[in-house]
Design a protein around this ligand. Structure first.
Ligand code: PMP
Length: 367
């Protein structure tokens, strides 16, 4: 079968696999003073340094977590006095963990409504934090983070950015982005699942979410997930090395695919194509064909794609991201996501298109 669901999780990269296998042989708690512990500590320190360097941060600014869900939950705890503003397109790990957040609407093209944000920031109470993702997991739309940061900073609000879907796709520098907090996840770039990062600006007052031992400079308790962290660093190195070439390649394949879809399936819609997007993601909608039907038919035909985000498939509610872009519920419920990655091949999309058009033609004939 052909895997076209990299935004849900990306297969383990070869470099990450080797690093993980080597780390599996290491017995030692990085907090132990003996030789075994020092060996683990050495691997941990190297991984931390590499990740810090790759993502434009200082190694003391990195806090390893159990994934981006925890990093996002933790980030929200940094907001002290005042409301939290979340964009309507954020991941559930933000939207579902902050019941009283104020929601920044999206425009039709998927970008956050900067005019709304500017107007809100000119009013009291001044928000404690603004959280806007860099790249949306369902549409691939790239948000204007520079503008968000400038607006938020003008009123002294903290800025958090979920950059999970940007890593390996865009140049990503914590210091250049100018945000206060940034979340990342290993398994979206070909590292193991269950490992993430929260990068924090120095001097933030942090309330730990996970409490206990003094690991991660007292910011996140628990024995470090050495296997995950070492795999994360190896995946990040490989992803960054090949990033530009990979994105040029994927971008060309996607363009050809989208041109062909629109030519051969006149009712098809590509969501987010009116905004800057990362090269690997296609959010494709067509009336009459529920996303679940498409996903199952494509699975039978040997292609793995998803209905909206993986986290929301299983439940039949239409994507909250597309709904926020003004897409009607029925249309939103018939959108699928095709996402490419490091092991995608030139023939994947043309073969998928053939199978998908067969389904599309059957549905047209039945209508
Ligand atoms: N944020 C975004 C944008 C995501 O796509 C995901 C993964 N679905 C997460 C956060 C959660 O990451 P994790 O699986 O590491 O908890």
């Amino acid at each position: 079968a052909t895997y076209l669901d990299h935004n849900a999780t990306s297969p383990l990269r070869p470099a990450a696999r080797s690093a993980v296998l080597a780390a599996l042989e290491v017995c030692g708690n990085a907090s132990s003073v003996h030789g075994f512990g020092r060996k683990a500590r050495g691997l941990l320190d190297d991984a931390r340094q590499d990740l810090a360097h790759l993502f434009g941060a200082g190694s003391g600014q990195l806090v390893f977590t159990s994934g981006a869900t925890e990093a996002n939950n933790q980030a929200l705890l940094t907001a002290k006095q005042g409301p939290i503003l979340l964009s309507a397109g954020e991941h559930d790990s933000l939207l579902q963990s902050c019941a009283d957040a104020e929601i920044i609407p999206l425009c039709e093209n998927g970008l956050v409504d900067l005019e709304w944000l500017a107007a809100r920031l000119s009013r009291k109470p001044t928000p404690a934090m603004v959280s806007v993702m860099l790249v949306n997991n369902e549409t691939g739309v790239v948000q204007p983070l520079e503008d968000v940061v400038a607006l938020a900073k003008s009123v002294g609000a903290l800025v958090h950015c979920d950059a999970v879907q940007a890593a390996g796709k865009l140049r990503l520098s914590f210091s250049e982005l100018g945000v206060d907090l940034l979340s990342l996840s290993a398994h979206k770039i070909g590292g193991p699942a269950g490992c993430g990062l929260l990068i924090q600006r120095d001097g933030l007052s942090v309330t730990p979410l996970v409490r206990g031992g003094g690991q991660e400079r007292r910011r996140r308790a628990g024995t470090e997930n050495l296997i995950g962290i070492v795999g994360f660093a190896a995946a990040a190195r490989e992803a960054e090395q090949g990033r530009q070439d990979a994105m040029d390649r994927l971008g060309a394949w996607r363009q050809a695919f989208e041109d062909a879809v629109l030519a051969e399936a006149p009712e098809a819609v590509i969501y987010g194509d009116g905004a800057p997007r990362v090269a690997n993601t296609i959010c494709l909608g067509v009336p009459r064909l529920p996303a679940e039907t498409q996903v199952m038919a494509m699975d039978l035909a040997g292609f793995a794609v998803s209905a909206g985000s993986a986290c929301s498939s299983g439940k039949v509610t239409p994507s909250h991201v597309l709904r926020a872009m003004g897409v009607e519920p029925d249309a939103a419920a018939s959108a699928i996501r095709i996402s490419l990655g490091w092991n995608s091949q030139a023939e994947d999309l043309p073969r998928f298109l053939k199978a998908w058009l067969a389904l599309y033609d059957r549905s047209r004939a039945a209508a």
